[in-house]
Design a protein around this ligand. Structure first.
Ligand code: AHG
Ligand code: MN
Ligand code: MN
Length: 339
């Protein structure tokens, strides 16, 4: 007897039946996103064989050096999603301005933000990278939307997801009804539901932070990490493990799989430069915050819930602390106590 497996297309169609007012546009939009991620996955898999590794020789709006694959993935995402008539506009980490849908194509009712290649500093060393996206409804001007039309709270997201290009390629999605994970079956070219209803354990003994910034951390983060490092003999009474992949997608995926805490907190070095965090609200913190909350975890800046932030600009940065609920709540408590 053949064992039926749920493809991502079947899953999305079934999911759409629960979205009020959905007409089929959403299913079709997600199909295009899935196609884009399959194309990026294929390029990432082939790496040096197809000449996509190395630097592009340019900088993005945040002044970061772009890799060839940052630029290519951005292009793939735009081209896969601009033509079908589901989107009013897109915004990306790799583009300063809102991307308007070319005039020959119809406009749709959704907006999409994305980080085409997250963790791209890892691409040349063959460590996992990913793509992050967030879908919003277009509520204002849906002909030529401006940055203001994108500045909606994370709680307004219709859907968020990421593709992880690791030992296997996976797609993890939420539409606000839990989190589901799909694995790309290269033989049939389809993502298949392999991780239904992903949940983050409330407790963990594993944390992730770039410890090279330790001397710049604020007191609550320093206290939390010090207590983890003190292990069995310290205030927490147990030993902790540490990880840092430098690919947010891979860190969040680990946390969805076995729990943990991920932190890219505000620090004094950022403050001196007048920046409010490392990670970007609209296409990193909000989609990941939505996914993590939907899996039973929590996502905060230290002071506030990420999804409640009223965005002020497209490329706004925020501190990010997310993962296992009880640990994130403890870190929030330290921020309250040490204000
Ligand atoms: P991107 O490659 O899209 O610029 O994002 C990289 C982000 C994130 O994925 C990761 O957690 C963090 O930056 C790594 O920062 P460090 O290089 O400071 O470790
Ligand atoms: Mn990123
Ligand atoms: Mn990126």
């Amino acid at each position: 007897m053949h064992n039926h497996r749920t493809t991502i297309t079947q899953f999305i169609i079934e999911e759409q039946r629960h979205i009020p007012g959905a007409t089929g546009d959403f299913t079709s939009l997600l199909n295009d996103v899935v196609t884009a991620c399959k194309v990026i996955s294929n390029l990432v898999n082939h790496g040096a064989l197809v000449g996509v590794l190395g630097a592009a020789g340019s900088e993005n709006v945040q002044g970061e050096d772009q890799k060839k694959m940052d630029v290519i993935s951005n292009e793939v995402f735009l081209k896969s999603n601009e033509w079908a008539g589901h989107l009013a506009a897109m915004a990306s980490e790799e583009m300063e301005e809102v991307y308007q849908i070319p005039s020959q194509y119809p406009r749709g009712k959704y907006l999409m933000t994305f980080d085409p290649l997250d963790g791209s500093s890892n691409i040349d060393v063959n460590v996992s990278v990913g793509t992050i996206f967030s879908i919003l409804r277009c509520k204002g001007n849906c002909v030529n939307p401006s940055a203001e039309d994108f500045l909606q709270r994370g709680t307004e997201q219709v859907c968020a997801g990421y593709a992880l290009y690791g030992p296997s390629t996976m797609m993890v999605l939420t539409t606000g009804r839990g989190v589901n994970g799909f694995t790309l079956d290269q033989n049939i070219g389809e993502f298949v539901l392999t991780h239904p209803n992903m949940t983050i354990p409330a407790d963990t003994r594993e944390f992730a932070i770039n410890a090279s910034n330790m001397r710049f951390w604020e007191a609550p983060v320093k206290r939390y990490v010090d207590e983890c490092l003190a292990g069995k003999e310290g205030a927490r009474g147990s030993d902790f493990n540490m990880r840092w992949i430098a690919s947010m997608v891979a860190e969040v995926h680990r946390i969805l799989t076995r729990g943990g805490v991920f932190m890219y907190p505000l620090d004094s070095k950022m403050k001196a430069k007048g920046v409010e965090g490392k990670l970007r609200l609209m296409y990193e913190a909000n989609p990941m915050g939505f996914i993590v909350e939907q899996a039973g975890g929590a996502a905060i800046t230290g002071q506030h819930r990420i999804l409640d932030i009223q965005p002020s600009s497209l490329h706004q940065r925020v501190p990010v602390i997310l993962g296992s609920k009880n640990e994130v709540e403890l870190i929030a408590k330290y921020h309250q106590e040490m204000k």
